[in-house]
Design a binder for this molecule. Structure first.
Ligand code: CA
Length: 622
């Protein structure tokens, strides 16, 4: 009886001693670089009792300015400055506690010469895809037994399907042919999340919006090296890389949440509180504090906890991870998820830090608003709001809604193309409306083809508006091959696999031979307009002049001092002879026009026929 008891005491004392031995198990950012513009770096040091150590760093050009403890003794935060003269190499983080000395190697790399931070301009055409649903080049990485979600099953719309970054890289020629200039994928960062029960169905985090490690690309997509390799290929084809950021929340399985630095790392509530999903309390000058708090600090869903960005350690952690990802993976621009639910002063700091490091950096947030004033709130604007956003761009939900409604409901006094014209008529609120990212659909909406009731005339009209009006257009994967579906019964319906991307697919729609006649017609339509756009400065940076829609027709021009492109749409089922005299302000000096889609030349600009249910794109010629 006595002996086992004694052994237990020994074991207990040994465990206390072990628990008190400080260790450094992890340092974030996982490395840094010399030659960055900002000299500042804040290291998060994690390990049992890491907060009890006294730290020093002895490396030429690197100074440990401050070391800080937080609520949880397993963390220390070290503020460093790195002089411009510091050379690449490995420094030692030294931690002392009594007679114990612990060292941890930390790498300061030289910056590589990959293009990065190139930004986006209105000359770009972005393609949005979900890497799990696009192409599977490596079935060996579809699932892993050591991850929280061990499944992959293409037969389930809710589970992972096995698509990966190598698969995306295999189809860059397809994107290039289509006229794409920038690739945006839903997030690639590790989502080691368990399956979640949503509406009685178990779902995988294949969408990528529940980060569990900001410094790791999900190994089911191929991991960090596969992402670097893909981005090298993207840049080699002349395209740009857009990464999808989530600052508002993390996955409940994020490594930092298993042993949080402090309780206020997250927004905590006495009882679980969801965000209201209403943005108005933020933009509304008459809103109440409690409504604002619920919008901003409420959790997105129970398994995506809300980060407290007013905690300076949280803010630094997020900002540095954005810079690290940009530098490590050669990112050119950032799309920012759930922009409206972020602490907006934090977002300004984050945008400014990225721009300070990469002056051409371009960011565009998801602000799902229903009017231009509120859309302006979340980007650089000309309104005297008490808070001024410094974001360069933003997703144009106002124009998205206008185009979808216009083509869904048909023409009328206040409907049809009037909606598009009226949305654009409010552009005075933005500092530069050309910087908004325009779109017809995405992974969270009904697919555009279904919205327009699979009417190919309306489909072409929408794509014509998208590719010729102001802004930076983005296409959602598969729109060009007539992928369709509504979100009802679930968003999985609008996130189906790209046919031909997966082993055993009966059809391969990456090739003309694998597409039907209608699909080839749609593909060629997008390709022709996108490639024309690519080579036509008037459509990038030209001004926009629009004419009031009349009787179902809508005409606008994109023009520079030298060039002009006329876009005319007819939503009625009767052909219309356009009264060209009305447009003389823009047509004077031009004698003829080339139909960009057919190549036909119109030699008499007084007589332009606009067939029923048609979009014309005419390049005016002298
Ligand atoms: Ca795979």
């Amino acid at each position: 009886m006595k002996k086992p008891f004694f052994l237990l005491i020994v074991l207990f004392c040994w465990r206390i001693a072990a628990a008190q031995t400080p260790q450094i198990q992890r340092v974030d950012p996982t490395n840094w670089w010399v030659g960055m513009k900002s000299p500042n770096l804040q290291l998060l040091v994690y390990g049992p009792n890491a907060g009890s150590l006294t730290y020093s760093i002895n490396y030429p050009g690197v100074k440990l300015v401050k070391s800080s403890k937080v609520e949880n003794k397993n963390y220390a935060f070290l503020d460093l400055t790195i002089a411009p003269t510091a050379k690449a190499g490995t420094l030692q983080i030294v931690g002392k506690s009594g007679s114990q000395t612990i060292t941890r190697a930390y790498q300061l790399k030289a910056r590589d010469n990959q293009p990065k931070g190139q930004g986006l301009t209105s000359a770009d055409f972005i393609y949005l895809l979900m890497p799990d649903r696009f192409s599977n080049a490596d079935p060996a990485n579809d699932k892993f037994a050591d991850l929280a979600d061990k499944e992959a099953d293409r037969n389930s719309p809710f589970l992972r399907h096995g698509g990966d970054l190598k698969g995306v890289g295999n189809h860059l020629d397809y994107l290039k042919e289509l006229g794409v200039t920038a690739l945006w994928m839903t997030p690639v960062i590790e989502n080691n999340q368990p399956q979640t029960n949503e509406g009685g169905v178990m779902r995988s985090a294949y969408h990528g919006y529940g980060f569990t490690d900001h410094y790791t690309v999900d190994k089911r997509l191929g991991g960090n090296e596969a992402y670097k390799e893909l981005n090298r290929k993207v840049h080699a084809t002349g395209m740009r890389v857009v990464q999808d950021a989530v600052y508002n929340h993390v996955g409940i399985n994020h490594w930092l949440l298993k042993d949080m630095p402090s309780k206020d790392w997250l927004h905590q509530w006495p009882n679980y509180t969801n965000t209201s999903y209403k943005y108005q309390p933020v933009t509304d000058p008459h809103s109440s504090a409690i409504d604002r708090k619920v919008t901003l600090d409420g959790w997105f869903v129970p398994f995506l906890p809300d980060l407290n960005q007013s905690n300076p350690y949280v803010a630094n952690y997020l900002i540095q991870s954005a810079i690290w990802n940009t530098e490590e993976f050669a990112v050119d621009a950032w799309r920012i998820d759930t922009y409206m639910y972020n602490d907006q002063p934090f977002m300004n700091r984050c945008n400014a830090a990225l721009q300070a490091e990469y002056p051409k950096m371009y960011t565009f947030g998801e602000s799902w608003v229903n009017n231009s004033v509120d859309q302006a709130y979340y980007t650089r604007n000309r309104i005297n709001f008490p808070f001024k956003s410094n974001q360069t761009g933003g997703l144009d939900f106002v124009l998205y809604s206008a185009i979808n409604a216009a083509l869904n409901e048909g023409e009328g006094w206040d409907s049809g193309a009037n909606r598009v014209q009226q949305a654009l008529a409010q552009d005075a609120v933005y500092e530069d409306p050309m910087k908004l990212v325009t779109f017809l659909d995405n992974h969270d909406t009904d697919r555009f083809l279904s919205v327009v009731k699979e009417d190919l005339n309306n489909y072409k009209m929408g794509l014509t508006w998208l590719l010729t009006t102001r802004g930076i257009p983005h296409l959602y994967y598969g729109t060009e091959i007539l992928m369709k579906n509504f979100k009802n019964p679930s968003d999985a319906e609008v996130r189906r696999d790209f046919p031909g991307g997966f082993e055993g697919d009966k059809e391969n729609k990456f090739t003309a031979a694998g597409r039907s006649k209608a699909e080839n017609d749609a593909f060629e339509f997008v390709k022709t307009l996108a490639n024309y756009r690519k080579n036509t400065p008037a459509l990038h940076s030209g001004k926009l002049m629009q004419y009031l829609p009349q009787n179902g027709t809508y005409v606008y021009f994109r023009y520079t001092d030298k060039a002009a492109v006329m876009v005319a749409t007819n939503q009625t089922d009767k052909p219309v002879g356009l009264d060209m005299a009305r447009f003389s302000e823009r047509t004077q000096g031009f004698t003829k026009a080339r139909n960009v889609l057919t190549g036909e030349v119109i030699t008499d600009l007084k007589l332009v026929q606009l067939p029923a249910k048609t979009a014309l794109v005419l390049e005016l010629q002298r």
